[in-house]
Ligand binder design. Structure first.
Ligand SMILES: Cc1cc2nc3c(=O)[nH]c(=O)nc-3n(C[C@H](O)[C@H](O)[C@H](O)COP(=O)(O)O)c2cc1C
Length: 205
């Protein structure tokens, strides 16, 4: 797949077939994550690939299973109709989109600075870098014909996953990534329109 094709085919996928992903393919996809730029040159990230259903259940115990469209309708911060439709689709699927995926990939980044209380923007570099890595992974998965979704751990979700996964202190989970073969009827929610002529500026804003 050509690069720009992969970029436009990359969408959040929340419904999957039962197909498994061969380990060699998974290594290629995660290998692409390690080619991303990194602020301090280290790329000292770890990626845990979880395929075992019992492990997934234990790790995802904190993820809400019963959210409904009504919960989305009660979210007062959503005003845009396209955004709302996307949330109405995504929110009720937060658990299944991970549990039903062929694998949940868990990126780990080192807590080198207190990213929740950064002294300045550069203290977020370590966080920004792993997100570059996650985007590489997502694009590589797309180029291989797979789909991904993301969930940011809320509340005690990270603590529960840490206990299940047994990784040492000093690491943080930026997100859970569900990955698998998109179901034939997998929905790609509409993206918000962007207007390049209004959003790209030449020389000055
Ligand atoms: C930083 C970040 C956090 C996200 N968190 C979630 C999440 O918690 N749950 C979810 O279903 N999707 C999450 N997403 C996916 C977005 O909802 C999705 O990318 C967006 O709606 C655009 O759709 P697309 O990926 O199909 O282009 C997140 C994406 C990003 C970049």
């Amino acid at each position: 797949m050509d690069f720009y094709e992969a970029v436009s085919a990359r969408r959040s996928i929340r419904d999957f077939t039962d197909e498994k992903i061969p380990q060699e393919t998974m290594k290629r996809i995660i290998g692409a994550a390690y080619q991303a730029p990194a602020n301090d040159h280290f790329r000292d990230w770890h990626y845990i690939v979880v395929t075992d259903p019992d492990m997934k259940r234990e790790m995802l115990e904190g993820v809400p299973k019963n959210l409904t469209v009504k919960d989305v309708d009660d979210m007062t911060f959503i005003s845009d109709p396209v955004q709302k439709e996307s949330y109405r689709f995504a929110v009720p699927r937060q658990y299944r989109m991970l549990y039903d995926a062929a694998a949940v990939i868990v990126p780990l980044m080192k807590k080198k600075v207190d990213i929740l209380h950064p002294a300045d923007l550069s203290h977020l570099n370590v966080f920004a870098s792993i997100w570059c890595s996650i985007e590489n992974l997502w694009l590589a998965a797309t180029a291989e014909g797979y789909g991904c979704n993301l969930r940011i751990p809320w509340g005690n979700e990270e603590e529960i996953a840490k206990k299940a996964l047994g990784f040492p202190d000093g690491y943080l989970i930026p997100c859970f990534i569900g990955i698998g073969r998109p179901a034939p009827d997998a929905v790609r929610t509409k993206q918000i329109d962007v207007h390049l002529d209004e959003q790209i500026h030449w020389q000055r804003f």
